[in-house]
Design a protein around this ligand. Structure first.
Ligand code: ADP
Ligand code: MG
Length: 317
């Protein structure tokens, strides 16, 4: 069996091109551009909580980095580098090779590098910290939504939750449809290009990880505003649209693991918003408006109020 340092050398040490110093010393060294702020975010993935033991290792490597890049996307930051802290039950070379392949493929797609980490024995647990840069004062924040702003969401929602319900045995889908939603759940694509294109256009942003209504609640709270959300306007894929209306609603409003961006922008920015979506190659849907006050109203296509509470995921609730 390989030791700790052999594992690191074999799976996680690659020449760095961008960072001033990568794996192998006590610290990595990153160069941030002049006039830029460092954007930092950290996400942990625990087996059984954030992923199923059946996930292909390469997909797990992808997702561990993707959920972190999604946080940089929400801030409009350009990714620079990341670190990886890993607890492993055993030195499983086959698992690590797959994991590294999926993780590095996504890293290369975003032109970023693994510059350090920590490796210990323990229950499978993956913690990545990403570092990005954003022009000083230009990061997209949760706190910038203002009454009158329109509410937008990228991509489609709810497929990851649909997949989870199939894994749980609560729902069944034909094989091809299951494969589609499983990819949404296990291979999310972080909206990094969109986040950057929305700098100077969006007034606030958040990435959707715990369910739309819960995540929107964070924006409303930090911004001190309310919103009217058009539930039936929320974008869903053909697979989800074939489900009963109650399932669709649960999945789009409170699904979780969507990794799309939810953002606000003044109506005067509508053309700029749509141009940002085109540049990033992501569909954008207007799904409501920010209002004065602190309340969230969720309405259907006929304007009828739906229940306002759709709890997002909370590990300790
Ligand atoms: P230290 O004891 O100084 O914290 P370690 O002995 O834990 O350093 O790690 C040695 C080197 O290997 C360090 O540069 C560290 O950043 C790197 N490293 C450890 N684990 C990983 C990993 N999973 N991925 C990438 N680099 C790692
Ligand atoms: Mg040291």
């Amino acid at each position: 069996m390989a030791g700790e340092f052999e594992l690191i050398a074999r799976h996680f040490t690659r020449p760095v091109r961008r960072a001033a110093l990568g794996v192998g010393d006590d610290c990595a060294l990153l160069q941030v551009g002049a006039g830029m702020q460092l954007a930092v975010s950290c996400d942990m993935l625990v087996e059984g909580r954030h992923f199923l033991s059946t996930v292909p290792p390469a997909w797990l490597g992808h997702k561990a980095l993707a959920v972190n890049l999604s946080d940089l996307a929400a801030c409009g930051a350009e990714p620079l580098a990341f670190t990886l802290a890993l607890a492993l039950p055993r030195a499983d070379d086959e698992f690590l090779a797959g994991f590294a392949q999926g993780m590095f493929a996504l890293a290369e797609a975003h032109d970023i590098e693994l510059v350090g980490g920590d490796t210990t024995a323990g229950p499978l647990n993956i913690c990545i910290t990403v570092f990005g840069q954003v022009p000083a004062g230009q990061a997209l924040l949760r706190s910038g939504a203002r009454p009158g702003d329109e509410l937008w969401v990228s991509g489609t929602l709810g497929e990851a939750r649909l997949a989870l319900e199939v894994f749980r045995g609560a729902l069944a889908l034909p094989g091809g449809d299951f494969e589609t939603v499983r990819r949404a759940m296990e291979l999310p694509q972080p909206r990094v290009a969109l986040g950057r294109a929305l700098r100077g256009v969006a007034s606030s942003a958040i990435d959707l990880s715990d369910g739309l209504v819960g995540d929107l609640g964070h924006v409303l709270e930090r911004s001190g505003v309310g919103a009217v959300l058009q539930a039936d306007a929320l974008p869903r894929s053909a697979v989800l649209a074939a489900q009963p209306p109650a399932v669709q609603r649960q999945c789009v409003l409170a699904g979780g693991d969507d990794y799309e961006l939810l953002f606000t922008a003044p109506p005067a920015q509508r053309e700029a918003v749509l141009a940002a979506g085109r540049r990033a190659g992501v569909a954008l849907t207007c799904c409501g408006a920010i209002v004065a006050g602190r309340a969230l109203r969720i309405v259907d296509a006929a304007g009828r109020d739906l229940p306002p509470s759709w709890p997002g995921f909370d590990h300790f609730a």
